[in-house]
Design a protein around this ligand. Sequence first.
Ligand code: APR
Length: 254
Amino acid sequence: MNLPPRAELDAARERVHAALQPGGLAVLTGAGMSAESGIPTFRDAMTGLWSRFDPAELASDAGFRAQPQRVWQWYAERRDGVRRAEPNAGHRALAAFDQRHPGVLAIVTQNVDDLHQRAGNRDAIRLHGDILEDRWLDACARQPPCAVAAASGGTPPRCAECGNPVRPGVVWFGEMLPAHALAQAEQAARQCRVLLVVGTSGAVWPAAGLAAAARRAGAWVAIVNPHASEIDDEVHLLLRGSAAQVLPALLAGL
Ligand code: APR
């Protein structure tokens, strides 16, 4: 078990304990949160998706329109991976903490899997959408709009009425984040006394900006990550370790 030094863990536990108030603890998660559940991250060397695939081809509107079959098949494989995965000890520690302290914790996730939700954090704020959700590529012009669930088979499935293809409900590069989720995330960052940043490289904005926003608002900010990230300088403490090992040690008994 690779845990940070006891003194660092204890310092973080004291901060979390002092933040046991409504909205006192916010947790921003990234792909590293689900790595120990077997879901690949994006930028880890060799294993990360972007070291094997071109994000412009597979995670953009233009890429989907250029190769809808290939992109849909790639998401279908990722969806299968998410369905096979199980929440890990990190997800479960957050859900157990939420059960013990209703209203204290706000989870803001960049992850498009449903592991926080399956662990019990149904209200986790999704900044980058939901990979298991289907939606139309183009807004349906009909009133009422055609039901995406009625899309017929095919790769990708299409509307039987107007041929509109189905796309996964994730935020692609160059697309806006869901406004409501972003507003909730910014509110959580401004309101919290402690922000834990777990398993993100801090490479993607506006999510990466939440650490500095929380610190500016007076929060104490710590990172949980076995490796360096692009926002290490924004925080008060670096807890070098994995999500599934550090979060249970950090939250147990609190
Ligand atoms: N526990 C904690 N952190 C881990 C673990 C682990 N077990 N394994 C890897 N990490 C860390 C890595 O060191 C890295 O800093 O998780 C981070 C994963 O970074 P990325 O792959 O860049 O994922 P993320 O930060 O979530 O990416 C942000 O980019 O591709 C887009 O939309 C996608 O939401 C994603 C966004």
